[in-house]
Design a protein around this ligand. Structure first.
Ligand code: SF4
Ligand code: SF4
Ligand code: SF4
Length: 201
């Protein structure tokens, strides 16, 4: 089964927020809401040995998506490419999926009374790419099916090696979004839990 997802190279990300802005523009997202948010991780360490990196967070395209499991109406579903989407005609804004998402990657659209999230820009069909991927000046974002040997994302994972690949904490939901971070940049922060708007370390 296909599983479209995203790979973000934190060795390259410069925290410019272009992806955040591009996502909001492309998807007409309301003020104060973000489907894609860049966090600053650190600085950690003791001067002069300080480390810091930027971590763009978005829906983690879970393999065992709890948001889909809990949805009572079938509004949250997985399409043929493995993208997790919300059918707004079926959404009753019960908020069950918001509670179920371990990363709080979903948000409530008060104007339309529905739940929203990153769609991997499903409306932009290949060879076009998601807005955040196109806007990234550091060329740090890759999209595709990680299992397809021909995809950019699969090639990049093989190039950097598994020791430099990380995911957000897995509570059984199996996040498929992957991050590249090598020791030359910084040590990966292993949070016990993750929320989209995390408390300061
Ligand atoms: S808020 Fe909408 S998408 Fe979420 S669980 Fe309820 S009906 Fe499903
Ligand atoms: S990150 Fe949250 S919204 Fe995205 S698939 Fe996983 S549970 Fe669902
Ligand atoms: S893939 Fe599209 S919807 Fe998802 S974070 Fe990027 S721009 Fe936003």
């Amino acid at each position: 089964m296909k599983k479209k997802t995203m790979l973000i190279d934190l060795d390259r990300c410069i925290g410019c927020f272009s992806c955040e802005i591009a996502c909001k523009n492309e998807n007409n997202i309301d003020l104060g809401v973000q489907w894609n948010k860049v966090f600053t991780m650190g600085p950690t360490g003791v001067f002069p040995d300080l480390e810091m990196y930027f971590l763009p967070a978005l829906c983690q395209s879970c393999e065992n998506a709890p948001c889909v499991e809990v949805c009572p109406t079938g509004a949250s579903y997985i399409n043929e490419e493995g993208v997790i989407l919300v059918d707004h005609n079926k959404c009753i804004a019960c908020m069950a999926c918001i509670s179920a998402c371990p990363y709080k990657a979903r948000s409530f659209n008060g104007k339309n009374q529905v739940i929203e999230k990153c769609t991997l820009c499903d409306h932009l069909k290949a060879p076009d790419k998601p807005a955040c991927v196109k806007a990234c000046c550091a060329k740090a974002r890759f999209v595709g099916d990680a299992e397809d040997p021909q995809s950019d994302i699969n090639k990049k994972i093989r190039e950097v090696g598994t020791k430099n690949i990380h995911t957000l904490p897995d509570a059984g939901n199996k996040p498929t979004v992957k991050y590249i971070l090598s020791d030359k940049t910084a040590k990966w922060h292993d949070r016990k839990s993750w929320v989209f708007f995390p408390e300061k370390d």
